[in-house]
Design a protein around this ligand. Structure first.
Ligand SMILES: [Zn+2]
Length: 570
């Protein structure tokens, strides 16, 4: 998922350029609404999720259910803002003693009946749980739920019967725990399943979902789109979109020569703009495949559908939703398209083990934006991107995202962790880590510790200190105050005497390698040395090639560390 995060300067530029070619007033109000939306979503986030909620939402009994497949039949009635559902869960109990079938489903929907392996059975629906009384338990079982109603709008939308330009647009954002507002499901990250969707709406509406379109059929003015995914997906990435979309297509050819369709579903008035904005997608999939391993859903598709969440985009599996604000025809938002595409690897294919591991989604996707720019524009683009992500006001540990799973800490500090890991282990190891991690955990779940094990193994280093200080325990950003002087010995050799002190709050002592650059009158004489910071306060003497003018710490920008020069040693 990506929230709009451009700063005001960027908007001013956007406005400036736009106002030259289009009506200024229109764009001013659009930009203002984008800014205020962004702020209001940050407010909403403050109270909408915490780690404790995860334990309440997911009962211990749910963890013993393995859903293999969902068949989701939805009849959509946008004028009444209602839907009729017929959902079948094919599942096994992972523990043979398990006799309780308890899944997630919000209790505002009206349930007509529930079948257990084809026979009507009793059930209770309370708050976010649906408990179904088992009849005969087979190895593989089927529970079918018939229901109707208007899904709640929770979290960042959950399920929306929206409208734009007087036309209906239906979409959902289920992340993290809102899939069960619109279909009954075992809404746990670790229970992935395949899906069949039968989406029925008036025939003017195009209905889209995960996977591939199997068939489309009409029945008295209504059209059903049947989509199927053979890949197992986490429930929060299951998605539907339905509107009077115009469609166009492109393709990505994998390294082994397979063709992956790329399908676009856009608002009719954005058709020409979308063709311009989206044209980089084949290149995006190609570059990301080179960086991480082949596009995971190559046998189905990649797709993008416009939706009405105007604060960003959501990486639903094989069918990303992009806020209609982010289609302009001016290629302003390629970074968002890269971010969402990268989630097809990080999140949709390698899924987090718990929501505490959300940085494995968002930190990876944010760093992917920089990696993509590095490949396309060169190394300077990498560092300039990371400078934009540089902040020193991250509070709390990365592993405790608190009640906001989608804070800048998760995104930007998460990206910085990967950038620093790369500095720590070197480029070759770093990219080998990404490949191996993807390869080991594709279509599975991974925890932060699983990722650490891959890092340790590939780099042949014990990265416990690295993970502790940056992810598990370090709850702030290190601040290093330094002083320096030069001295000359009796043989006329110059030395740099450095005094370094970590002054951030708290007890955490950070260890990291840092490049120190020695600066001369003639820049061609400049050279660097890497020193290891491994104490909170220490003095170090470094032999110099010749007397220099000054020094620079971390001149390229590899570290999320604030360096302050207190040049008053003498
Ligand atoms: Zn994201």
């Amino acid at each position: 998922m990506e929230f709009m995060k451009k700063n005001i300067l960027y908007f001013s530029l956007f406005f400036f350029v736009s106002s030259l070619v289009v009506s200024g007033g229109l764009f001013t109000s659009k930009i203002n609404s984008m800014i205020s939306n962004r702020d209001s979503y940050h407010d909403i986030n403050q109270a909408w999720f915490s780690g404790d909620d995860e334990d309440i939402y997911n009962s211990p009994e749910q963890k013993l259910i393995d859903v293999l497949h969902y068949t989701i039949k939805l009849d959509l009635f946008p004028e009444q803002k209602r839907l009729k559902g017929d959902v079948t869960l094919q599942f096994v109990f992972t523990d043979s003693h398990q006799k309780i079938f308890k899944i997630n489903f919000y209790d505002n929907m009206r349930i007509h009946k529930v079948l257990w392996n084809g026979s009507a059975t009793n059930y209770s629906n309370y708050k976010t749980s649906l408990t179904v009384e088992p009849k005969v338990i087979n190895d593989t079982n089927y529970v079918e739920i018939f229901y109707e109603g208007r899904p709640k709008n929770l979290g960042l939308s959950s399920f929306v019967f929206g409208e734009i330009n007087g036309k209906s647009l239906i979409y959902n954002i289920s992340e993290p725990t809102y899939a069960s507002t619109w279909f009954p499901c075992n809404d746990i990250l670790t229970d992935k399943a395949s899906f069949d969707f039968y989406l029925t709406n008036t025939s003017s509406q195009v209905s889209v979902s995960n996977g591939s379109l199997i068939e489309k059929f009409d029945n008295s003015g209504r059209t059903t789109y049947h989509w199927r995914t053979n890949y197992e997906l986490p429930t929060y990435t299951a998605a539907i979109y339905s509107s009077d979309y115009k469609t166009f297509a492109d393709k990505y050819v994998t390294a082994s020569g397979d063709t992956v369709p790329i399908q676009y579903y856009v608002l009719p008035n954005h058709f020409e703009d979308a063709k311009i904005d989206f044209e980089e997608h084949p290149k995006i999939l190609k570059v990301l495949s080179q960086l991480f391993g082949e596009y995971p859903f190559a046998k189905e598709k990649y797709g993008v559908a416009e939706f009405l969440w105007q604060s960003g985009a959501m990486e639903n599996a094989t069918i990303t939703g992009i806020g209609s604000n982010f289609v302009t025809g001016a290629k302003m938002f390629t970074d968002i398209y890269v971010h969402e595409a990268s989630h097809q690897w990080w999140g949709n294919c390698v899924s987090p083990a718990t929501w505490k591991d959300i940085w494995l989604n968002e930190g990876f996707a944010t760093y992917s934006e920089s990696l993509y720019d590095e490949v396309v524009f060169g190394k300077d683009a990498l560092f300039s991107n990371m400078r934009k992500n540089f902040r020193t006001d991250f509070n709390g540990t990365l592993y405790e995202p608190g009640n906001n799973l989608f804070s800048s800490k998760v995104y930007q500090k998460g990206a910085w962790i990967l950038h620093m890991l790369r500095w720590e282990v070197g480029d070759e190891n770093f990219f080998a880590i990404l490949h191996q991690y993807f390869d080991l955990y594709k279509f599975k779940n991974a925890s932060t510790d699983d990722f650490k094990k891959v890092c340790d193994e590939v780099s042949k280093k014990d990265l416990t200190k690295f993970f502790d200080q940056w992810i598990y325990k370090g709850d702030n950003v290190p601040v290093v105050n330094y002083r320096w002087k030069t001295k000359q010995d009796e043989d006329s050799i110059y030395y740099l005497v450095l005094d370094l002190k970590q002054v951030q709050k708290g007890d955490m002592e950070y260890h990291f390698p840092v490049e120190v650059k020695f600066l001369y009158d003639n820049p061609e004489d400049n050279y660097s040395e890497i020193i290891q910071v491994d104490e909170k306060h220490f003095e170090k003497t470094i032999k110099l090639k010749k007397k220099m003018n000054s020094i620079a710490f971390d001149p390229q920008g590899w570290l999320l560390v604030e360096f302050n020069d207190f040049n008053s040693y003498e």
